[in-house]
Structure formats: structure tokens, C-alpha cells
Ligand binder design. Structure first.
Ligand code: BT5
Length: 310
């Protein structure tokens, strides 16, 4: 079914073609062609029907086939209008052996942050999770959080938003460090070899400020620069992510370029400790080096606060 639709889209993209010619080419009935065309229209494909037949005028929808169309990265997109959590679904797919899938939703009803915190995910966002099977040790998995942060920042900047990265997993905007996006990386495997990695990314795209939790210092692309074409934004994000993952060693350098944390006084809450000092560096696969004045401490995970200069 999916394949037939892809064939129809590809045929239409080459120029006008009549219903009967399409039916012949794909060896299906004319009624089936008509049904597929109607389905594609519902999914955001702008298909004109003129004297010469059907023709693809453009694509404007936010959905699986619309995003896969023209996507320059080897990912399948599984789209949901509404889902509890794309990470949850991605974990199921990963456990079932899938790879290179992006689970994408317009709305999440049970979106999650780190440490099981709630992640507000109203309709209009870009909520997605990558299912990956990289050949790396588990200890290297945090590099995918950095990879995602760089990919989001690049896509956001292309959309006109001056985004920066706050260690370890926030994409933020401006001096007030309003959070535009968050990342939740989950991993399964033995120490020396990852079985799967799920990289969940939540971006407040076309969301009204009033739909974000008032207690949270958050912003959206819509608020910063107006609504974005979520289809194009998602394609750029997936393409950037794909390019970066092919050379994860280079990700840390790319990350440094956009980091807002380096050179700042920080307080990092780790599960067992609080570390305060100057953030002086980031090392592979994503640890933060903090100079406390007495020693240099390397922190692998935690909540980081940028402190105002004393
Ligand atoms: C994160 O956690 O920032 C990771 C968020 C990952 C969300 C994606 S969406 C797709 C995939 N599916 C999921 O279920 N999750 C992933 P953390 O650093 O723990 O930040 C969580 C905190 O951010 C919350 O406690 C709130 O204070 C705040 N917050 C909640 N919703 C927000 C939003 N939409 N925008 C900005 N901040 C938010």
C-alpha cells in the first residue's frame, strides 16, 4: 500500500499523468488510483487535476509520507496525530528489532523529560524519537544527546531562531535562556555494545505561549519568529542528525560552536552532589569539565544552572 502511494507520488512529481495511464503503469484499477490520490491529498499532497491529468503542485502536510517525500536521510517516519510518548513507542520498536525509524507526533498525552518529569506536548510541536542501533559501547551513548542538540540548533537557526545549547540537553534562546527544546536519550545494551538507542527530541514549534506550562521558562519558534513549516523543519532536523551521526567524533566540536554553557559560572546538581564553578570544557562523549577553583571536576550527568557573575 505504502509502496503504491510512493510510486504514485513519484509518477506525479515527474509531470502530469492521467488516471488511466497511472492505473496501467501500476497495474491497479482506476478506482484504486483515485482512492490513493484522495488519500495523498488528505495527507498534505497538493495534487491538481487538469486536462493533462493529475499533477503534484506541492506538499504542505505534516505527516509520515509527506516528510519522507524529498527527505535526504535513510529514515522511515512513523507519524501519529496523538500518542502518549514517542519515546515509549520508539522503545517498543527498538525492542522489536527495528532501526532507523523516526516516531513523530503532533501531540503527546504523556510526554516525559529526564527523571520521569512531565514534558508538555500540546498539538503544534515537533515531538519525535529516533530509533538507532549504533555499533558503540554504552558509555558513548550520551554523544547522541549532543548530536540531537546540534541538529536542533542548526535547524532552528535555519528557521531564523538564534538558538544555543545549554549543557547537557537544552536548546535555549537569549539571555533569559528560555527553553525551546529538550532531549531525552535512552539506551539498552551490554557495557561493550549498545543494543539500541532512542533519542527523543521535543521542540516547541508552532505553539502558543499560553499552551506551555506557565511555571516553566519556555519559548516556541512561533513566539520567536512566527510559525514554521514543520514538515521542512523536521526534514532539516532529521538530515542534520543523520549527517552528524555518521561522524560522532566531530560532534563535540560542533556542539562547542553553539554552547552557551562554556565560560559561565555554573551549579550542577548530580544525583549525589552539587558542583559549583566555571564551566571550562566539554569532552567526548558529552561530559562537562568544571573548574571549582580547587580542582577540575568532570560531570557526566546532571541539571545545570548558569549562575550570574558575582
Ligand atoms: C528534557 O527533560 O528536557 C527532555 C524532554 C524530552 C521530550 C521529548 S518529546 C519526544 C520524546 N518523547 C517523550 O516522551 N520525551 C521526548 P528535562 O531536562 O528533565 O526537562 C524537563 C523540564 O522541562 C520539566 O520539569 C519542566 O520544568 C520543563 N518543561 C516541560 N515541558 C516543557 C516544554 N514543552 N518546553 C520547555 N520546558 C518544558
Amino acid at each position: 500500500m505504502q509502496e503504491t502511494r510512493e510510486q504514485i507520488v513519484n509518477a506525479l512529481a515527474d509531470g502530469p499523468i492521467s488516471g488511466p495511464a497511472l492505473a496501467d503503469r501500476l497495474d491497479i484499477s482506476r478506482t484504486a488510483v483515485w482512492k490513493h490520490v484522495e488519500h495523498l491529498r488528505e495527507k498534505g499532497f497538493d495534487i491538481d487535476s487538469g486536462d493533462a491529468g493529475y499533477e503534484l503542485a506541492g506538499v504542505s502536510g505534516f505527516g509520515g509520507i509527506a516528510i519522507e517525500y524529498g527527505l535526504d536521510a535513510p529514515f522511515t517516519i512513523e507519524y501519529h496525530d496523538s500518542i502518549d510518548s514517542t519515546n515509549q513507542r520508539a522503545r517498543e520498536l527498538a525492542t522489536a528489532g527495528e532501526s532507523d525509524v523516526v516516531v513523530l507526533a503532533d501531540e503527546q498525552t504523556g510526554g516525559r523529560g529526564r527523571l520521569d518529569r512531565e514534558w508538555a506536548s500540546p498539538s503544534g510541536g515537533v515531538w519525535l524519537s529516533f530509533v538507532l542501533r549504533p555499533e558503540i559501547p554504552v558509555a558513548h551513548a550520551p554523544v547522541f544527546t549532543l548530536t540531537a542538540a546540534v541538529a536542533v540548533t542548526r535547524a532552528a537557526r535555519e528557521a531564523g531562531v538564534e538558538a544555543g545549547i545549554k549543557w547537557p540537553n537544552d536548546v535555549v534562546i537569549g539571555d533569559r535562556e528560555a527553553k525551546l527544546a529538550g532531549i531525552l536519550t535512552e539506551v539498552e545494551g551490554e557495557a561493550d555494545r549498545v543494543e539500541w538507542v532512542v533519542v527523543g527530541i521535543g521542540i516547541n514549534a508552532n505553539i502558543d505561549e499560553t499552551d506551555l506550562p506557565p511555571s516553566v521558562n519556555a519559548t516556541s519558534i512561533q513566539r520567536e519568529v512566527g510559525p514554521v513549516d514543520r514538515r521542512v523543519f523536521t526534514q532539516r532536523l532529521v538530515e542534520e542528525f543523520d549527517e552528524l551521526r555518521s561522524d560522532v567524533e566531530s560532534v563535540v566540536d560542533a556542539w562547542r560552536e553553539h554552547a552557551t554553557t562554556l565560560g559561565q559560572r555554573v551549579r550542577v546538581e548530580t544525583p549525589g552532589d552539587t558542583i559549583e564553578g566555571m564551566a571550562v570544557g566539554v569532552t567526548f562523549p558529552g561530559a562537562l569539565a568544571v573548574d571549582t577553583g580547587e580542582e577540575r571536576v568532570t560531570v557526566t550527568a546532571g541539571d545545570c544552572e548558569h549562575l550570574r557573575p558575582v
